[in-house]
Write a protein that binds this ligand. Structure first.
Ligand SMILES: [Cu+2]
Length: 69
């Protein structure tokens, strides 16, 4: 079943941060798309059979804080 996950992300300050978060999220199994916004400090992730905790962990490993909205 396709999922759309909305996240709140804190700690991003520039486009480099956006890329780091985007790449980290896209590496999580099942993720098909990750749209990360610096303006709204949020992300919309699409995928299937995604372990949301893995997304949160991947973002934290990059040095940012993420929560599910
Ligand atoms: Cu940055």
């Amino acid at each position: 079943m396709p999922q759309t996950i909305e996240l709140k992300i804190s700690g991003m300050t520039c486009d480099h941060c956006v890329r780091s978060v985007t790449n980290a999220v896209q590496d999580v199994p099942g993720v098909s798309e990750a749209k990360v916004s610096l303006d709204t400090n949020s992300a919309v992730v699409k995928g299937e059979a995604v372990d949301i905790q893995k997304i949160l962990d991947a973002i934290e490993e990059e040095g940012y804080e993420a929560t599910v909205r």
